[in-house]
Design a protein around this ligand. Structure first.
Ligand SMILES: Nc1ncnc2c1ncn2[C@@H]1O[C@H](COP(=O)(O)OP(=O)(O)OP(=O)(O)O)[C@@H](O)[C@H]1O
Ligand SMILES: [Mg+2]
Length: 463
């Protein structure tokens, strides 16, 4: 992902926005432009999320007393399956370096019932942010960690080396030479002894029960308390470098700082994607059985969306300014079937449209991660170069669209099954036909797929 987007940004001089990085000052247009690189169409949804993102930056540069009053404008995305709802949210989070979590509303149950409680969303988000910040800090410390690792490697190498090659030489001179060899990569296969932590074997506590949070924290407590087993191992220098690098990078990191930064990031930039929100809607005139629990899920979601403190193992996390994006197909239920309080917290509604045949053509070729590119890259590792003629792409799009029409409409996901079927033979034969260049023509597409596409029953199983 492009982290260094500097075009179309606004200078950030206000101190409140400090630490958010220039990413958050991306203009709405710049955000949409970035999203366009991955997602075809859906302009309205892109626009809405871009505005919501921008508003977070705007909030942080408003006067402080007002800041607390400004709540994020949460979004409901309405649209059929496989048209890009989740993809937009995921890309947005990546683009802005925001902690992101996707949950399914239907997976949650009211507190006290079997299932996960909604507060675990925030705990997971916080875990995610900690991992993210840690990785960033490790990356930032890489040069220092590498230098320390080299020093350690030298001291590990020295005993053996001075005995053999440079027995009589003075310590200093040996070290110098050793350093030269090491830097030149000439000692990579020499063996050294390193001490590694042996992860203490953990038994599954409370396996199978949904007390996963409890289990997690118990395991962590135990592994912190139990003595770590140390193992001495002979490894090559190149392996030792990896092990030591890991250790040194971890040592350089200040855990308190990580947590502090992670918490700030969750509270200011966190993004929670709640899928299948329509599944917890209650249709009018029914309020028995499962509906009671559905309403319970909505009621539990409310405080988190409205803003509350959630206790995590890193301390309390406030949810006031976390952005929530809910999504659903809303075939039978409507957004107005949600609890009124929840409706008010999701004031922005955007509809995503069904994808057309032309969209499919573009999805197959334009995005950075387009399927045709993926397969090309995969097969080129075997020295098989595949080319798709434009007519073949058109044929593929048309077939995908037909299958969606005849059977279930699963949106762009259909392209994955079609492509897999199309390239099934080539994928299997690749090592035997390499080196080769294969041009995928409309005839080839028809030959491989026509039978299946025409036979609706067959398509149900294969595509
Ligand atoms: N507009 C689009 N442009 C490019 N790729 C798309 C688009 N829509 C969907 N895709 C592709 O299809 C896959 C599925 O899309 P996505 O996960 O966003 O569906 P969704 O709308 O969230 O569906 P669901 O309601 O089933 O969750 C994505 O991984 C993406 O590769
Ligand atoms: Mg989805």
């Amino acid at each position: 992902m492009s982290k260094k987007i500097s075009t179309n940004t606004v200078p950030q001089e206000k101190s409140n926005a400090e630490g958010l990085g220039s990413i958050l000052s991306l203009t709405p247009k710049a955000i949409v432009k970035e999203l366009d690189r991955y997602i075809i169409g859906q302009a309205l949804a892109k626009r809405a999320v871009a505005i919501a993102m921008r508003n977070r930056w705007r909030r942080l540069v408003t006067p402080e007393d007002l800041q607390e009053e400004i709540t994020p404008k949460n979004i409901i995305m309405i649209g059929p399956t496989g048209v890009g709802k989740t993809e937009i949210a995921r890309r947005l989070a990546k683009l802005t370096n925001s902690p992101f979590i996707k949950v399914e509303a239907s997976k949650f149950t009211e507190i006290g019932y079997v299932g996960r409680d909604v507060e675990s969303i925030i705990r997971d988000l916080m875990d995610q942010a900690v991992t993210m910040v840690k990785a960033e800090m490790m990356e930032a410390n890489q040069a220092r960690a590498a230098a320390l690792t080299n020093e350690k490697l030298l001291s590990l190498l020295l005993p053996g080396f001075s005995k053999t090659a440079e027995g009589e030489a003075s310590g200093n001179r040996t070290l110098e030479k050793l350093k030269k060899y090491l830097d030149a990569g000439e000692l990579e296969d020499n063996e050294v002894q390193v001490v590694v932590d042996k992860p203490s074997e953990r038994t599954q506590i409370f396996a199978g029960i949904s007390l996963e949070e409890l289990e997690k924290s118990l395991n962590e407590t135990l592994s912190a308390v139990l003595p770590r087993k140390k193992n001495k191992r002979m490894v090559t220098v190149s392996q030792a470098r990896k092990i030591l690098m890991q250790e040194e990078s971890a040592n350089l990191i200040d855990q308190d700082k990580v947590v502090e930064e992670a918490k700030k990031r969750v509270e200011r930039q966190g993004l929670v994607f709640i899928d299948e929100i329509d599944k917890v809607c209650i249709k009018e005139g029914r309020s028995h059985g499962p509906d009671i629990s559905r309403e319970g899920v909505q009621r539990d979601l409310l405080p988190i969306v409205e803003g509350s403190s959630v206790s995590t193992k890193y301390g309390m996390v406030r949810t006031d300014h976390i952005l929530f994006i809910a999504a659903g197909a809303f075939h039978s239920a409507k957004p107005s079937d949600l609890m009124p309080e929840l409706q008010g917290r999701f004031p922005i509604r955007v509809e995503l449209s069904s994808l057309t045949e032309e969209d499919f053509v573009r999805i197959l070729t334009e995005p950075k991660n387009a399927l045709t590119r993926q397969y090309k890259a995969l097969l080129s590792t075997e020295d098989v170069n595949i080319e798709f003629s434009p007519e073949a792409i058109a044929e593929l799009a048309s077939m995908a669209w037909q299958v969606n029409e005849k059977n279930e409409n699963i949106g762009a996901r259909r392209l994955s099954t079609i492509m897999e079927k199309l390239l099934d033979d080539i994928s299997f034969e690749a090592p035997d036909i390499a080196p080769a260049k294969v041009v995928i023509t409309p005839d080839y597409v028809k030959e491989r797929l026509a039978d299946v596409v025409v036979d609706a029953d067959l398509a149900k199983f294969i595509l």
